[in-house]
Design a protein around this ligand. Structure first.
Ligand SMILES: C[S@@+](CC[C@H](N)C(=O)[O-])C[C@H]1O[C@@H](n2cnc3c(N)ncnc32)[C@H](O)[C@@H]1O
Length: 276
């Protein structure tokens, strides 16, 4: 992705539905603490939640879950809807936690500071696919080198989540992983994730790479069931390992991520034009 600099101070983006829920983004918070603790403990102590919604819950919970990893962290919640910024004010306690009017151009609010993590969750799903790349590029401007950008979608309760992880590098943003998460409370099929894919993928289910991936995952799950694995967690782990060992997908199996409910794909699953 290319780098652009913007001097806008007007928040970039558009107001969208503000639905949220307590604990909706728990799986994302836990994943980052488990798999990226070193990101949270080094560099800038600022983490930003873009588009926290009608209530401040997800930003408050994010900080609460990450403070045990790094007690120096500070959180900034941004909303493009001024009423939602007003609703969150009683929970502000700067500099530890603050809520401000802002958009994808996070950098406009940071002064000389840069963020370590920027999360935009259930935000881009309400935009047009053509707006995704510029939104990501804008947000990346607010990150320090080595920082993480998280963009994804969840079910309304947060029982299932799917998100992209990007790393800010000197020359732009690099896609690092596509993560699927479940809390094992319901029986799910891999194809259930197709309705909550990140915006860049959701309209591409028929593209070769994505279709092949889901076919491999469905087959892996089918084999796990056929082998009589009784628990949801056991089938999830078995299918995740099979995705790598039998079907050759780059799955990150370190640190008990699979056991905790995460299938971490170290590929973007985007079909390149030549493959179509
Ligand atoms: C569906 S809510 C998501 C709330 C929360 N992140 C969650 O996952 O539950 C989306 C929120 O993003 C806000 N939003 C949309 N575009 C935005 C932008 N460019 N910058 C900041 N907030 C934005 C909307 O106003 C809305 O409140």
């Amino acid at each position: 992705m290319t780098r652009r600099t913007h001097s806008h101070s007007r928040p970039l983006g558009q107001p969208t539905r503000g639905k949220t829920a307590l604990n909706r983004l728990r799986q994302i918070d836990v994943f980052v603490a488990l798999a990226y603790a070193e990101v949270l403990t080094s560099g800038s102590p600022l983490v930003v939640d873009v588009g926290y919604g009608a209530q401040a819950w997800t930003t408050l919970e994010m900080l609460e879950r990450w403070l045990p990893v790094n007690p120096r962290l500070r959180a900034l919640g941004l909303e493009i809807d001024p009423e939602r910024v007003a609703v969150a004010q009683p929970y502000a306690d700067p500099p530890r936690i603050d809520f401000k009017l802002g958009g994808f151009n996070v950098i406009a609010l940071l002064g000389d500071e840069r963020a370590r993590v920027i999360r935009a969750y259930n935000v881009l799903r309400q935009y047009d696919e053509s707006e995704v790349e510029s939104a990501l590029t804008e947000m990346a401007q607010g990150l320090e080198i080595g920082g993480l950008l998280i963009e994804g979608t969840s079910t309304p309760s947060g029982r299932m989540v799917a998100f992209d992880l990007y790393r800010r590098e000197a020359d732009g943003l690099r896609h690092e992983a596509l993560v699927f998460g479940t809390n094992f409370r319901a029986e799910i099929e891999p194809t259930d994730f197709q309705t909550i894919l990140p915006k860049r993928l959701i309209h591409h289910m028929l593209d070769q790479t994505l279709a092949r991936f889901f076919d491999s995952w469905q087959r892996s799950m089918h084999i796990a069931r056929g082998n009589g694995i009784r628990s949801r967690r056991g089938r999830w782990i078995d299918a995740g390992k099979r995705l790598r060992d039998q079907f050759g997908w780059k799955i990150d199996v370190r640190g008990r991520l699979l056991e905790r409910g995460y299938v971490v794909v170290k590929e973007s699953l985007q079909t390149t034009k030549g493959e179509l």
